[in-house]
Every structure is written in structure tokens, then in C-alpha cells.
Ligand binder design. Structure first.
Ligand SMILES: Cc1cc2nc3c(=O)[nH]c(=O)nc-3n(C[C@H](O)[C@H](O)[C@H](O)COP(=O)(O)OP(=O)(O)OC[C@H]3O[C@@H](n4cnc5c(N)ncnc54)[C@H](O)[C@@H]3O)c2cc1C
Length: 385
């Protein structure tokens, strides 16, 4: 066992960090504030192979694991140039297709995930189901030589930049009549598929959408994986999502903390720089400790996942996601406080991180649902809901 990442992983972090700094936070803020996107950054990261580090080599990817992809996500965020869709497209969608897709589906989609030319959104959340994904009602019916898909989804990220959405839906079990989960790849230009942007108070160039699926006709091979094992297949994608969300949060926390430390060393209003006051220094030190602890758990979760231990990875990924969400909220808060009035000035870009960091406590799984998971499965306490 080693707590030191391989030289290859360290070199990857360094190279990705350089790319992130080339674009920087101002580039992202400018895109967000003008209603634009960060397409150039996504495309360049894709061309350099960073978005496909986890895609199998035979399909043009880097042949690495989720630990490598998480390192890419963290380093971009730490440079202020985060890419939210990394949490979904290469982490959930490429992983599920690589693990459970047919050979034809792999050949169709994976080379595009490998170089970033394919972007796929992921849709599980529904207005009336929320955290209770057992209540989703988006339903697929067999119709002739295909499927008809009907339903509604909310808060789906980056649909406007995606060629397709991996939609979690249900089919009727022929034997029991009960609805069971299934996964479909739905092209964003399919007839009957429409989407509408949700206005959010998050300063980000990655937008959220409501989806409306109205008898969307899909071919038989739009179904990914087995009709009977979709839950297991889903978790093969949701654990990487949690690991990526943690890395995203840790990167953002590192970015805010670095800015705050820099400011605390140079801003002087009494006889010493403000960082000499423990009331300023301690919250920053605390943020560093919490971010490092969250990172350790994220690395453990990625390691377990890449080693094929899905059960243990699930527990660690939940814990990592909780820890990272808490750590980044406190790190951003401490960074804002350290900057005084400048902490909320647009020029410094920290106010823009307040809602973005807060998001990591809510999505992709809320802190309460993680605590429920740990209470029930780790501690063996009874379930209340
Ligand atoms: C910016 C953004 C991007 C997103 N991107 C995507 C995406 O790409 N794809 C996608 O599918 N979804 C996405 N989501 C949705 C996100 O995953 C959900 O918002 C999240 O899972 C919480 O669900 P909810 O909003 O319906 O809250 P609810 O389920 O309504 O929960 C509301 C509150 O009640 C608490 N709560 C609910 N049940 C319990 C319980 N049993 N015990 C204790 N507390 C409970 C929750 O923790 C939460 O605090 C995104 C959300 C946001 C804000």
C-alpha cells in the first residue's frame, strides 16, 4: 500500500494543471457571465487525451482508471478551470458503456469519449422523485421494433452541449408487471425530446435543464446493458460520479484556498500581513486539513473502484463525497472572509464560488442521503424512510 501516487499520475496532474492555468478562472467566469461555454477548454483537454484517460486503450483512450480521471477533474478545478460535465460524460456514461454496452455500442461511442468529441449528459433526477430514485416514472414501452420513452427530468447538466443523454427510466417486467430500471441512450435531436434551461443562481458556464420526453422513439439498441441488471449497472456509473464530484469539490477548494493564502500573505492593514492573525490563519489551516482528508478518502474510493471492489468503493465514494462537500464549503467561506469586501467583488471571483461550492453538498447525492447510507449500511442502524 502506498499513499504516494505513481509518477505517471503525478505527471498527469502537472500537465493538466498547466492546461487549466492556461485558461484560468477568468476565462470560465467570462464565459459564465456572458451566457457562453468553455468549449475551447473542453476540446483541448479532449485532444490531449485528458478526458479519456479512463477509456480502454482499444477504443482510443488512456486505459487508466477513475483515479486518473478524478485527478484530471481535480487539477482543472484547482486551476479555476473546472469542467462540470467531466463528472457525468466520461465518468458515468463512458464507464457504463465500457462495462455493459454491446461491442457495437462501445465502437460507436467510446472513441468519441476518448477524445472528448462525444459529450453525453446523464438524467436520473425527476421532479416528483427527487432523492428517491425508486419513484422515477419515466417509462419505456416496447413498440414494434423499438421503444417509446415518455417522462420528465430536472436539473440535467450540459444538455445543450451534448449529442445524447443517458436516461434512467423503467420498463414493465413481463413476469411481475412491476416497473424496473433501465438505461437508454437518447440523442438530443430525437423527435419528441425537448429541453428547457433552468435559471440558476450559480455562476457557471455549465447550464441545467428540464427534459421532456414525449413518446421518443428509440431503436432496440438504444438500451444499454441488461434489462434485468440495471441497478447494478447504474451503480457502476454512480460511484465514479461521486468520486468525480469529490475531486471537483476538492479542486475548487484548493483553488479558493490558494487565493486566500496568497492574499493573507500580502494584504496588510496593521503592522503585519493579515495572515499573521490566527483568526485569519486558522480557518485556512483547517480548510487545508479538511481538503487533504477528503482527498485521501477520494483516492481510496477511486483505488477500490479501479480494483473492482464495487461494494467497498460505494461506501468510500459516499464518505468522500460527504467530506469533500463539507470541506469545499468551508474553504470557500474562509477564502471569502479572508478577502474582506474583496471576497464578494466580481474582480476576485470568489463570490462566484459560493453557490458553486454549496452545490457539492446537494448533488449528485445530498449530504443527508450520504448520512442515511452510512447510518444504514456502515453502522447498521434502522432505516427511517
Ligand atoms: C447544479 C445541479 C446540477 C445537477 N445535475 C444533475 C444531472 O446532470 N443529472 C441528474 O440526474 N441530476 C442532476 N442534479 C440533481 C441532483 O442530483 C438533485 O438535486 C439531488 O439529488 C437532490 O434531489 P432533489 O433536488 O430532488 O432534492 P429532494 O430529494 O427534494 O431533497 C430535498 C432535501 O430533503 C433532504 N431529504 C430528502 N429525503 C431525505 C431523507 N430520506 N432523509 C433525510 N433527508 C432527506 C435532501 O437531502 C435535501 O436536503 C443536479 C442538481 C443541481 C442543483
Amino acid at each position: 500500500m502506498s499513499f504516494v501516487e505513481s509518477e505517471e499520475r503525478q505527471a498527469l496532474r502537472k500537465a493538466v494543471g498547466e492546461l487549466g492555468r492556461k485558461y484560468g478562472h477568468e476565462y470560465v467566469l467570462k464565459a459564465a457571465r456572458s451566457g457562453g461555454h468553455t468549449t475551447e477548454l473542453w476540446d483541448e483537454a479532449g485532444r490531449l487525451g485528458y478526458l479519456g484517460v479512463n477509456v480502454p486503450e482499444e477504443y482510443g483512450g488512456g486505459g487508466g482508471g477513475i483515479g486518473d480521471l478524478a485527478a484530471v477533474c481535480e487539477e482543472l478545478a484547482a486551476a479555476g478551470a473546472s469542467l462540470l460535465q467531466m463528472v457525468v460524460s466520461p465518468a458515468i456514461c463512458a464507464t457504463i458503456i465500457a462495462r455493459y454496452g454491446t461491442e457495437e455500442q462501445r465502437r460507436r461511442w467510446l472513441p468519441g469519449f476518448a477524445d472528448g468529441t462525444v459529450r453525453m449528459a446523464f438524467a436520473i433526477t425527476e421532479p416528483d422523485a427527487g432523492s428517491n430514485s425508486h419513484r422515477i416514472t419515466t417509462t419505456a414501452r416496447r413498440d414494434g421494433d423499438g421503444w417509446l420513452l415518455t417522462g420528465r427530468k430536472v436539473y440535467i447538466s450540459c444538455v445543450d452541449e451534448s449529442q445524447a443523454v443517458l436516461v434512467v427510466s423503467r420498463t414493465e417486467d413481463a413476469r411481475t408487471g412491476k416497473l424496473k430500471p433501465v438505461l437508454f441512450i437518447v440523442p438530443t435531436d430525437a423527435p419528441g425530446f425537448t429541453y428547457q434551461r433552468i435559471e440558476m443562481d450559480i455562476v457557471s458556464p455549465d447550464y441545467q435543464f428540464s427534459l421532456f420526453l414525449d413518446d421518443v422513439r428509440l431503436p432496440l439498441d438504444a438500451l444499454v446493458g441488461s434489462e434485468d441488471a440495471a441497478l447494478m449497472q447504474l451503480f457502476a456509473g454512480l460511484n465514479p460520479e461521486r468520486i468525480m464530484a469529490s475531486s471537483f469539490a476538492i479542486g475548487m477548494g484548493r483553488f479558493a484556498l490558494a487565493k486566500a493564502v496568497d492574499y493573507a500573505k500580502t494584504r496588510q492593514v496593521w503592522k503585519e500581513p493579515i495572515g499573521a492573525h490566527q483568526a485569519v490563519a486558522h480557518p485556512l489551516a483547517q480548510a487545508r486539513i479538511e481538503l487533504d482528508l477528503a482527498k485521501l478518502m477520494t483516492q481510496k474510493a477511486a483505488w477500490l473502484y479501479d480494483a473492482g471492489d464495487d461494494m467497498a468503493a460505494g461506501e468510500a465514494a459516499n464518505m468522500a463525497k460527504y467530506a469533500a462537500g463539507e470541506a469545499v464549503v468551508r474553504a470557500v467561506d474562509a477564502a471569502v472572509q479572508t478577502h474582506g469586501g474583496n471576497g464578494l467583488a466580481s474582480e476576485y471571483g470568489l463570490g462566484a464560488l459560493v453557490a458553486a461550492s454549496r452545490l457539492t453538498r446537494i448533488a449528485p447525492v445530498s449530504r443527508e442521503m450520504v448520512l442515511n447510507f452510512v447510518a444504514q449500511f456502515t453502522l447498521g442502524l434502522p432505516k427511517s424512510y
